[in-house]
Design a protein around this ligand. Sequence first.
Ligand SMILES: NC(=O)c1ccc[n+]([C@@H]2O[C@H](COP(=O)([O-])OP(=O)(O)OC[C@H]3O[C@@H](n4cnc5c(N)ncnc54)[C@H](O)[C@@H]3O)[C@@H](O)[C@H]2O)c1
Length: 329
Amino acid sequence: MKILVTGGAGYIGSHMTRMLASRGYEPIVLDTFEFGHRQALPNGATVIQGNVGDASLIQRIFAEHKIHGILHFAGYIRVEESMRQPIKYMKNNVIAPVTLLEGMKEAGVKHIIFSSTAAVYGNPVTPLISEDHKKDPVSPYGLSKWAFEELLRVYDRSFAIRSIALRYFNAAGAALDGNNGEMHAEESHLIPLACAAALGKRPEFMIFGTDYKTPDGTALRDYIHIEDLCEAHILALEALFSGHQSDVYNVGTGQGVSVQEVVNVVKDVAGKTFNVRKSDRRSGDPAVLVSDPRKLMREFGWKPKHSDIRNIVESAMRWHATHPEGYSG
Ligand SMILES: NC(=O)c1ccc[n+]([C@@H]2O[C@H](COP(=O)([O-])OP(=O)(O)OC[C@H]3O[C@@H](n4cnc5c(N)ncnc54)[C@H](O)[C@@H]3O)[C@@H](O)[C@H]2O)c1
């Protein structure tokens, strides 16, 4: 069965591509390679360089391949950049993938899984965030994801395109076989930054905010190992293939881990200390962002198996230590 993986050369998409191939699916990767890495992809994968917003390319892909389902990862992901350049996020995360939906409509492709985010909720008003928590995105990034979720509801009602939006909390960690890991341009994610500090590739690690109302004063986040995250995609896709209706699910562990705890685990796993600088809070960073993942667990029998923070950090550290120059090394 052929599965189109947009953004399939990125951090999560490339892991997903490997998992699909190992489960007997035939992944077809579509990526601009603005940020993705060819070296992250398994040998023999079909790879198409191009944009989800390119209507004639999308038409051609659907004409040349019988696509059973789509995993849509393609998008821009930098929250702070989206504050400065909202239009860039609206174009790439909302307008471009509408072309994909139009192509699906024309070609009769009926199933799509969408990478959404906890950023659709904005500042939480409950300790655990369930799917029906109010949607009040603070950033244009979060807004772009919420807007595309709404578009999916339109295409469901009008054209019977069935979708599952998975709202990830913090995707983290590297492949357990050491084959691929997290490598974003202008890295802003906490675990790779802390690993880089531990490996001496950065002079220090910054903690933004140490006066939150949390047990140690630093912000609490919910980290999900990419292996568990990708497993949720397989379950969601197979549910759609079996006739599941369109829906939305959180993907997280339900456990908050503080920034300070992550730093402590990274130091412990690396067996090294590094400079940690404490700075003011960043605007728009909530104190606590922790999922209520029970809907996904209940309905799909999903359970995180690799998302213990030590396990996440060990896998990440292994990858960073063996790939000091990332994929370019
Ligand atoms: N990393 C996280 O913690 C996290 C959390 C919540 C949601 N997400 C979502 O998951 C998805 C994947 O995230 P990631 O961390 O793997 O990011 P990434 O930047 O590593 O991967 C995104 C990929 O999409 C490609 N791309 C971007 N725009 C494209 C377009 N118009 N057409 C084709 N390819 C395009 C990029 O070249 C890149 O390879 C994103 O949609 C992101 O918003 C990620």
